[in-house]
Design a protein. Structure first.
Length: 210
């Protein structure tokens, strides 16, 4: 991967969006959740899991045929398969969300610690995409931007964990599904916009001025 340059259409923020599947990726990831929660209201658990996995497989095939990267397209299927496996082992519908809940907790800890250590995650990602050639932590404006962007991610991840863990302990599977969808794409879009802003400030202060 080559470093981006001013005016380069393959900007670092676009590369990140491509890696996660773009806006469509978030939509695709919510469909199996909606299917699982809806099916759980009317069908036996085994049938619900089977339908959710089948939908995830169909979405993956469609994304691959549409020319998406394998890692982006298959990521959602892996997540659904793991969640379905946990549900089958525990015979509990709410455990479909277990991995996602604790992934949010792990992400919250990682992002928060990175800010406290003055190595915000979004800054590390930006530096990696540019081959580590810029001393981004030495620029106050850039460090501040990445601190705010990473704090936004920490806030979203922390709020997801608190709300969804509370619903998990309350054994409310339907509300868990609603929370996953409601706190999914809208909040992720906010984090991405903040990260894009930090990336652009980094490019302005560290690349465009040289």
């Amino acid at each position: 991967m080559r470093p981006t340059a001013p005016g380069d259409p393959a900007t670092s923020e676009q590369l990140v969006l491509d890696r996660i599947g773009g806006p469509k990726g978030f939509v695709y990831s919510t469909i199996p959740v909606v299917v699982f929660v809806t099916g759980n209201l009317f069908l036996p658990l085994t049938a619900t899991i089977s339908i959710a996995v089948a939908v995830a497989v169909a979405i993956t095939v469609f994304r691959l045929l549409s020319g998406e990267r394998y890692t982006s397209a298959a990521g959602g299927l892996v997540g659904v398969a793991v969640a379905a496996g946990i549900v089958m082992l525990t015979d509990s519908a709410k455990n479909y969300f277990l991995v996602g809940i604790w992934a949010c907790f792990a992400g919250f800890i990682l992002t928060l610690v990175s800010v406290l250590a003055r190595w915000p995650v979004t800054g590390i990602i930006w530096s990696f995409l540019h081959g580590g050639k810029y001393r981004w932590r030495g620029n106050r404006a850039v460090l501040r931007a990445h601190t705010l962007a990473t704090l936004a991610a920490a806030t979203v991840l922390g709020s997801r964990f608190v709300v969804q863990q509370w619903l998990y302990l309350a054994d409310n599977t339907s509300a868990l599904g609603l929370a996953r969808v409601a706190m999914g794409m809208p909040l992720s879009a906010l984090v991405i916009l903040t990260a894009v802003w930090a990336f652009r400030r980094s490019r302005h202060h560290l690349i465009a001025e040289h």
